[in-house]
Design a protein around this ligand. Structure first.
Ligand SMILES: Cc1cc2nc3c(=O)[nH]c(=O)nc-3n(C[C@H](O)[C@H](O)[C@H](O)COP(=O)(O)OP(=O)(O)OC[C@H]3O[C@@H](n4cnc5c(N)ncnc54)[C@H](O)[C@@H]3O)c2cc1C
Length: 468
């Protein structure tokens, strides 16, 4: 009987379980948490307290593994925002216009809801089971072939057990111990990079005003090239709530103090988000996280790689979350796993290496834009991007500037930021010509709001006349 063992039941773990289920007799997911049977928080997923938007390329990858998942999210209360009509965003280069939709979208919902719907679908498969309340502590095997894992209770007395497997997939997220486990097997030459701006995220939930349960995503972005590192986003989620997340790099961080939340948003490059939140009833405390650095293991470059081991999702790389691509990278990695399994038909020699290399493509697609922007912050800490990467950052800013006044450019940039097209799309002659010409329209002087959205804003005079 052939068995796949998945380490961790997050997004990458669930999707990888589904991707491998057609090619083995049994899939066992080992997870320290007892998984909730509803969209509820759990200890192993602390980032779920913060805004999680899902781009179209990640959604496509999930749909290919779990047909119909998008509709199930929407039925459960998620929101779909067509791009760029469904967002109001102040980019580093100016306000984006709300162009007619061109097929791209983002999904917003609580991360707990996104995961729960995925979990329900994956665990309905009769070959997939979860061992809850247990954690993996080591790999079993050699530098040539992984043959299983050691696992023990997440809490309570140590009781290590071995579970044999033909394929082990490490999807244990930021906490992954894969490099240490590989080093124990003699594989210790894996290149590694980090770039951390010291960004703090602060998130709070609010009751949406009556009739405004479905709003666009509002986004006041930071300006990395000016080293202005404060930002804020509001996204509608399920149950008539708005989730608001503030961001600030080291030295300009938001605090955990609820009284600081709206003043921080009012003090950004534009007060839009503060004006939207002012006077709303909060339904949670402020949650903080500083787990926001870019960190990447180049497993695809390891000199030797054992058959039977694949690393996917955040266990390979994490990204500054303001770019909103981590779940999509996890999904694209799981789709690459499925495609490679489909090609070879079974667990052939060299499969793990091929999947690792295929997954690196989507990791790079998120890594390059995130790090080439983040490098501009004077707080950025870690290995600096190379000269070509810096040039890429400058080129990206030019494209973004052009996109403020060119639908053609907005569509091209969205193709790439949605992870539906490779970044080479932006080197097409027509895109280069448009970038050279710059925006066709004058910059907008303020947010492009509809009359009903305008009515949601508390006037600044009223705010300044009263304590928040
Ligand atoms: C603040 C913040 C905001 C973010 N916002 C976005 C966003 O807007 N859009 C987006 O696409 N992405 C976003 N991300 C990234 C996204 O959360 C991750 O990319 C995504 O969760 C990766 O999935 P994963 O399965 O690799 O890891 P996770 O979802 O973190 O799951 C890892 C799982 O492994 C389990 N585990 C850990 N150790 C072990 C062990 N030893 N044995 C067994 N199991 C173990 C954990 O309990 C957990 O269940 C954000 C991240 C952060 C931190």
């Amino acid at each position: 009987m052939r068995r796949a063992v998945i380490i961790g039941a997050g997004m990458a773990g669930m999707l990888s379980a589904r991707a491998s289920a057609d090619f083995v007799d049994e899939v066992i997911i080992i997870e320290p948490d007892d998984l909730p049977d509803a969209p509820r928080p759990r200890k192993g997923l602390p980032q779920a307290r913060h805004i999680h938007s899902l781009v179209a390329g990640g959604t496509d990858a999930m749909q290919s593994l779990l047909p119909g998942i998008l509709q199930h999210w929407l039925d459960a209360g998620a929101h779909r925002h067509e791009l760029t009509a469904g967002i109001v965003a102040l980019s580093p280069e100016g306000w984006y216009r709300r162009w007619q939709p061109d097929g791209h979208f983002i999904i917003t919902a609580s991360r707990d809801l996104l995961d729960w719907v995925v979990r329900e679908h994956v665990l309905a498969h009769d070959r997939i089971r979860v061992f809850g309340g247990r954690k993996v502590t080591a790999l079993h095997g050699s530098d040539r072939q992984i043959t299983g894992v050691l696992h023990r209770p997440a809490h309570g007395p140590d009781d290590p057990q071995r579970l044999d497997a033909d394929l082990v997939i490490d999807t244990s997220g930021r906490a992954s111990r894969a490099t240490a486990w590989l080093a124990d097997l003699g594989i210790d030459t894996i290149p590694h990079r980090t770039l951390d701006t010291g960004l703090t995220y602060a998130t709070r939930l609010f009751h949406a005003p009556a009739g405004a349960e479905h709003i666009p995503v509002f986004n006041i972005m930071a300006q990395p090239r000016a080293s202005i590192g404060q930002s804020a986003v509001i996204a509608p989620i399920e149950n008539g709530l708005w989730m608001a997340t503030l961001g600030g790099i080291k030295g300009s961080e938001p605090t955990r103090n609820a009284a600081d939340f709206i003043p921080f948003a009012l003090g950004l490059r534009h007060p839009l988000i503060g004006q939207l939140l002012y006077g709303l009833e909060p339904v949670s405390d402020v949650t903080l996280t500083r787990s926001t650095g870019n960190r990447r293991h180049y497993y695809e470059k390891a000199r030797t790689w054992p058959d039977g081991l694949i690393v996917l999702g955040d266990a390979i790389a994490t990204f500054n979350p303001v770019y909103g691509q981590g779940m999509s990278v996890a999904a694209l990695g799981a789709r690459a796993l499925h495609q490679e399994l489909h090609k070879s038909g079974s667990l052939t020699a060299g499969l793990a290496r091929r999947v690792q290399r295929a997954a690196a493509t989507s990791v790079e697609a998120a890594w390059a834009p995130a790090t080439t922007q983040d490098i501009h912050y004077n707080t950025a800490h870690g290995q600096k991007p190379s000269v070509p990467e810096r040039l890429l950052g400058r080129f990206t800013s030019r494209l973004s500037y052009t996109a403020t006044g060119s639908q053609f450019m907005a569509d091209a940039v969205t193709d790439v930021t949605s992870m539906r097209a490779a970044s080479t799309r932006l080197l097409a002659p027509a895109v280069l010509r448009a970038a050279a010409a710059g925006p066709k329209l004058q910059p907008l002087s303020g947010p492009p709001l509809t009359a009903s959205e305008q009515r949601l804003l508390t006037p600044l005079e009223e705010i300044n006349g009263q304590p928040a």
